[in-house]
Structure formats: structure tokens, C-alpha cells
Design a binder for this molecule. Structure first.
Ligand code: GLV
Length: 328
């Protein structure tokens, strides 16, 4: 019987993909820092039984249509807004993601970004490197306190809850907004449910951890930033397009909010000329929420296990389209 064909859109460590090679022919885009061009992905999709994709790869209806024998798209990320899941389901293609294994790692980065923005850590590190430190002075690089303040978490999924847990360690008051109430989070973490508007008005730190959907696109718009405290710090570790970046820029420049810590952007990657990078009250990171060696390894391994499961006729561990049923 013909072995299935798997295409992986970035170079991954050989030892991680070895189990896939035991059951399939595997081809890999040979770079780890250059995305696969669309025409290459399209051609590969035509032959592939499985695709292992990155969150930066657009897997739209045209790619799925090309994949006449495609059975699974295993995406290396918890988010899957880069994939047309509905179109995949219609074609009997399973979509898998990598939740759970990255929860604590992403929460660590989110909280680090909050702390770094509040305490001006990047600016301070730059200051010392530039030889500007002349003396201890009373308000030198003074930031704002995090402890005992109010955090407002928008999106109380697993990562939201893990951030709330960290916030409690800093004696913070935890507010959250979510599509539906999370009673477990309220009981276990003492988090208080609020409307989006109330959260914006009350939080000292507004943290965006909601997935990108048609409902959440540009949820943080001009009006939302206007509702925040002038002292508020906004942190986004979810997806850039949940935010209207132009509105964020204007809110930061006009002093409508005090600062922002951003791990994600509307169009990634951004280059050094991006207007937000010119603002002293912004800390920007290149989408590294889950980027630790341990966690990225676990994410790759999970993708491989999901592909093997589908190609050998068993249930994948982390299926996105629960209504999927295997293509005959
Ligand atoms: O952004 C990364 C992810 O969705 O895991």
C-alpha cells in the first residue's frame, strides 16, 4: 500500500519528526525562519495526506480545495485563525491545534510583558547599555506598581486562568470578561466577571487573551481605549487583529492610555519602521508567547502525534473541529 505523504512547513528537528517518518513519506520546507511560499504550499497540498503548519501559514479554502487527499492539518499553536476550519470540516479534513502544552509558558510571557511594561524594564536596560546611568535618582525610570492593582483579563480560557493565578500571587484584584461566565475561575481564583465596558473602566492592566474570531476582530477599538483609565496599561498576547492598531497608536500618543506590551500585531512580521515601535511607552515582542525550548518541543511532538493518529485511523488528541468525521 502507498505510504501517506506529509508536508511540514518549517524545518523541525529530525528526532521529533522521526515517528512520522516511520509511517509516512515526509517532506519539509527547508527553512526555519522563512515561511513557505504560497505556491509551494499549494503544490504540496495537492499531494499531501497531512500538513503540519505554523500559525503564520494561511490555510484557506483554496489550499484545502487543492488537498484532494488531505486528511489533517496539524497547526503548531493553540490559535487556528489562520485556518478556514469550516471549509476543512466540509471537506472531511481534521484540524488539530496544540492547547494545554503551552498554557503556563504563554501565561509566564504574558505576565512578564505586563511587568516589563509597568516597570519600564526594556527602557531601563537600554539606558544602562547606552552609558546614561549617572546616579541613583529619586524618580529615575520610575514605573507603576503591579501588586495590589486591578487586572482585567479579556478571554478567560486556559491561558487567561493561568495569568489570573499569577496575578493572585501579586495580590491583584482579578476581573475578567469572557463570552460565557467561567464559574470555576470565579470559585477557584476569586475572579470577578464584568461586562467588557466595566472591565475597561475598572482595570489598571487590561490583558487581551481572546482568540481572533469574526466577533473579536477589532474588539479593542477607539471607543474601547477611550473607556480605559488614562493610567491603564494594555497587554496583548493573543492575536494582533483583535486590536485596531491605529486606534491603539492614537490612544498611546494622546495619553488616553499609559502604555502597551504587545507580543502580536495585525500584520506579522512588523519591521523596524512600524509606528508603534517609535513610542517609548510600548514594549514589543515578536510573537514569542509559547517560545521556550521545552514548550515548542512539546507542541511539535503533539502535532506529530495528531498526524500519526489520523493517518493510522485513530482519534487525535486535540481536535479543533469536533464535528469532523474521517474522510472515507
Ligand atoms: O500564537 C500562538 C499560538 O496560537 O499558539
Amino acid at each position: 500500500m502507498k505510504r501517506p505523504y506529509v508536508f511540514i512547513t518549517r524545518k523541525l528537528p529530525e528526532e521529533i519528526i522521526a515517528p512520522v517518518k516511520e509511517i509516512a513519506e515526509v517532506a519539509t520546507w527547508p527553512h526555519d525562519d522563512v515561511p513557505v511560499p504560497r505556491d509551494v504550499l499549494m503544490n504540496e497540498a495537492k499531494k499531501a495526506d497531512a500538513l503540519l503548519t505554523m500559525v503564520a501559514d494561511m490555510v484557506d479554502e483554496a489550499i484545502l480545495d487543492a488537498g484532494k487527499q488531505l486528511k489533517v492539518v496539524a497547526n503548531m499553536g493553540v490559535g487556528f485563525d489562520n485556518i478556514d476550519v469550516q471549509a476543512a470540516t466540509k471537506r472531511g479534513i481534521a484540524v488539530c491545534n496544540t492547547p494545554d502544552v503551552l498554557t503556563d509558558t504563554t501565561a509566564d510571557l504574558t505576565f512578564a510583558l505586563l511587568l516589563a511594561t509597568a516597570r519600564r524594564m526594556v527602557e531601563a536596560a537600554q539606558f544602562i547599555k547606552e552609558g546614561k546611568w549617572k546616579s541613583w535618582s529619586p524618580f529615575l525610570l520610575a514605573g507603576v506598581d503591579v501588586h495590589h492593582k486591578t487586572i482585567g483579563i479579556v478571554g478567560m480560557g486556559n491561558i487567561g486562568k493561568a495569568v489570573a493565578k499569577r496575578a493572585i500571587g501579586f495580590d491583584m484584584n482579578v476581573l475578567y470578561h469572557n463570552r460565557s461566565r467561567n464559574i470555576e475561575a470565579e470559585k477557584r481564583l476569586g475572579a470577578t466577571y464584568c461586562s467588557f465596558e466595566e472591565l475597561l473602566e475598572r482595570a489598571d492592566f487590561v490583558v487581551c487573551l481572546t482568540p481572533l474570531t469574526n466577533e473579536t476582530r477589532h474588539m479593542f477599538n477607539k471607543e474601547a481605549f477611550r473607556k480605559m483609565k488614562r493610567s491603564a496599561i494594555f497587554v496583548n498576547a493573543a492575536r494582533g487583529a483583535v486590536v485596531d492598531e491605529q486606534a491603539l497608536y492614537e490612544a498611546l500618543v494622546s495619553g488616553e492610555i499609559a502604555g502597551a506590551g504587545l507580543d502580536v500585531f495585525e500584520q506579522e512580521p512588523i519591521d523596524a519602521s512600524h509606528p508603534l515601535l517609535a513610542l517609548p511607552n510600548v514594549i514589543a515582542l515578536p510573537h514569542i508567547g509559547s517560545a521556550t525550548k521545552e514548550t515548542r518541543t512539546k507542541m511539535m511532538e503533539l502535532c506529530c502525534r495528531n498526524i500519526i493518529a489520523i493517518l493510522t485511523g485513530s482519534q487525535p488528541e486535540t481536535l479543533v473541529n469536533k464535528e469532523w468525521s474521517m474522510r472515507s
